[in-house]
Design a protein around this ligand. Structure first.
Ligand code: SF4
Length: 319
């Protein structure tokens, strides 16, 4: 691989990073490919046929590893850059596509686990698919027109498990059916906590505001990220600019899907569960505690008998 100079290959790879490529360091052709669900698919759901293909590709083209990323992607390593298009063609056959998962692009909007959570006011996965799909393959929101990446998260309740304060755009659903939107967060060397920019936003205004943010950011040309636009211009000015664009683009944008959560009006039930070795104070929990202790003692006696027999066999006292 000595004919590959890092500086040369990097120049070729860098303009294509938004297609899902990260270049390995050193004089070699290796790249990592970060794989994302295809358009119209829930970003947080993976299917067995897709996982099989990823495993096969990683074994055949890469070094056999596959890593789950923080934004719902799967990354494979050490793929020869010259075979990148071949790998992408194989991924597309099972509805996967790495495009817009690296470089300057609008990344996978990450939903909280609302499908499994009874606290959810909305279906965060459906909203994440809707917003993510809008930005997918739009060259105006990709390298080189977008100066840096944009990260979005969606939390289905005010507990905010999708960490809105660390995102460029953090959407949080409220019990009254509306949303709060935080802007300008980000981690890294200069970490900023996102600030509440919009409150009581309707569902149909979420995408226009996201487009407004992307437009303000794109026109700013700020290569260090949207957090710096908020920092340097101030939240009030950015809010005004975003709103002006959102109002303008709203009539042309698609309407959000049905966001009804899975656990509608479900109640949170706390199950008293006896733990530890001490008997519980609540007499109602005594039967469960006794059954648990009985089972534990039974298992211990089996393990003890097995160990005793094995030891005897080992020292030759028994065949
Ligand atoms: S943000 Fe709310 S709905 Fe989403 S996983 Fe956390 S607690 Fe559940």
């Amino acid at each position: 691989m000595s004919s590959f100079r890092y500086s040369d290959v990097y120049k070729v790879v860098y303009p294509r990073r938004h297609e899902g490529i990260y270049k390995n360091r050193g004089d070699n052709p290796w790249v990592s490919i970060r794989i994302r669900q295809g358009v119209g698919r829930d970003p947080s759901k993976w299917f067995s046929n897709q996982l099989r293909v990823i495993a096969e590709i990683s074994r055949t083209y890469g070094d056999g590893r596959a890593m789950l990323g923080t934004r719902g992607d799967i990354e494979i390593f050490k793929v020869d850059f010259r075979l990148f298009d071949e790998v992408v063609a194989k991924l597309k056959e099972v509805g996967l596509d790495p495009r817009d998962s690296c470089g300057n692009s609008v990344r996978n909007p990450i939903p909280c686990a609302s499908q499994f959570c009874p606290y959810a006011h909305i279906n965060a996965e459906a909203l994440s698919t809707f917003i993510g799909d809008y930005f997918r393959y739009r060259s105006e929101y990709e390298q080189p027109l977008l100066p840096h990446r944009i990260k979005i998260s969606i939390s289905a309740c005010e507990r905010a498990c999708a960490v809105p304060v660390a995102q460029d755009i953090g959407i949080v659903a409220k019990p009254n059916g509306k949303f709060d939107i935080y802007l300008g967060g980000g981690i890294g060397e200069h970490a900023f906590s996102a600030r509440l920019a919009f409150t009581d936003v309707d569902a149909e205004d979420l995408l226009p505001i996201c487009v407004g943010v992307a437009e303000v950011f794109r026109r700013s040309g700020e290569r260090r990220g949207f957090k710096w636009v908020v920092r340097l211009r101030g939240l009030d000015k950015v809010r005004e600019e975003v709103l002006a664009i959102a109002r303008e683009v709203k009539p042309k944008l698609p309407k959000p899907p049905d966001l009804t959560p899975r656990f509608i009006k479900s109640r949170i039930v706390k199950i008293p569960y006896p733990t530890g070795w001490l008997p519980p104070m609540n007499w109602l929990s005594w039967p469960m505690w006794l059954i648990g202790m009985g089972l534990a003692m039974y298992c211990c006696s089996i393990i003890k008998a097995y160990t005793y027999q094995s030891a005897r066999r080992l020292i030759g006292l028994r065949n």
